[in-house]
Design a protein around this ligand. Structure first.
Ligand code: PRP
Length: 216
């Protein structure tokens, strides 16, 4: 039997997703060994194998069919813009994509000034400002600690993920506008969806039932 291959975004999300796979009959004990440098983990009985990848690479593996399924944040799905099916919201890792900055920057947004926007998510920021708000801005791509940008004068605002809001608070910044809600999603390769419709369909149904159960 062909393995169903699942790509998981490394980190907290992967641990929580693996709990779900465990509960639908696809546990993977090997993966819990944090010291291991192994990249791919197999559950022979279930005919499923898992691998951990950098979040932004998960949609790529799934688009090309190197993984049938992927577990990744909506932020990464939107940013990468790959061709795949998004089939289920796991309702975990909930947070928001927001435009943030010092409170004084609100005026600049209101008056549609040509401001600079620093972000790890240039495509999401472009889509928001150009297509939704019809506002011309300069987007500056950063790779982390984006909150620094308005503090040191690289940009007026940032587009970034807000979860608890504590990073913003501790740096004297605030949410100015909301771009969209985010959470972990299950994505599926378009061909796999047809070729393995029975097994993948079954996994998704079981995962969907678990999500519903946990929401109650
Ligand atoms: C994310 C995000 C914010 C922070 C938000 O950063 O980019 O900085 O978490 O969380 P909070 O609202 O609960 O404070 P991450 O930890 O991924 O680090 P990075 O920005 O340096 O990549």
């Amino acid at each position: 039997m062909r393995y169903i291959t699942v790509a998981l975004a490394k980190g907290r999300l992967a641990d929580r997703a693996m709990e779900y796979f465990s509960r639908i009959g696809c546990p993977c004990e090997e993966m819990k060994d944090k010291k291991s440098r192994k990249l791919i983990f197999t559950n022979e009985e279930a005919g499923v194998r898992f691998f951990l990848a950098k979040a932004s690479d998960v949609p790529t593996y799934v688009e090309y069919g190197a993984a049938d399924l992927g577990i990744v944040g909506k932020d990464t799905i939107l940013e990468e813009g790959r061709t795949l099916f998004e089939v289920l919201d796991l309702k975990m890792g909930k947070c928001r994509m927001c435009v943030c900055g010092p409170a004084a920057a609100e005026r600049l947004l209101m008056h549609r000034e040509q401001i600079r926007v620093a972000t790890k998510y240039p495509n999401i920021a472009k889509d928001y400002f150009y297509n939704k708000k019809h506002q011309t801005v300069e987007i500056i791509k950063l790779n982390g600690s984006v909150e620094l940008a308005p503090i040191v004068g690289l940009s007026e605002v940032i587009v970034d993920i807000v979860e608890t809001g504590s990073t913003l608070r501790e740096n004297g910044l605030t949410v100015l506008e909301e771009v969209c809600d985010l959470s972990a999603r299950v994505v599926v390769n378009r061909v796999s969806m047809k070729r393995e419709s029975e097994r993948i369909g079954d996994m998704i149904r079981k995962l969907r039932a678990l999500v519903a159960e946990d929401q109650q």
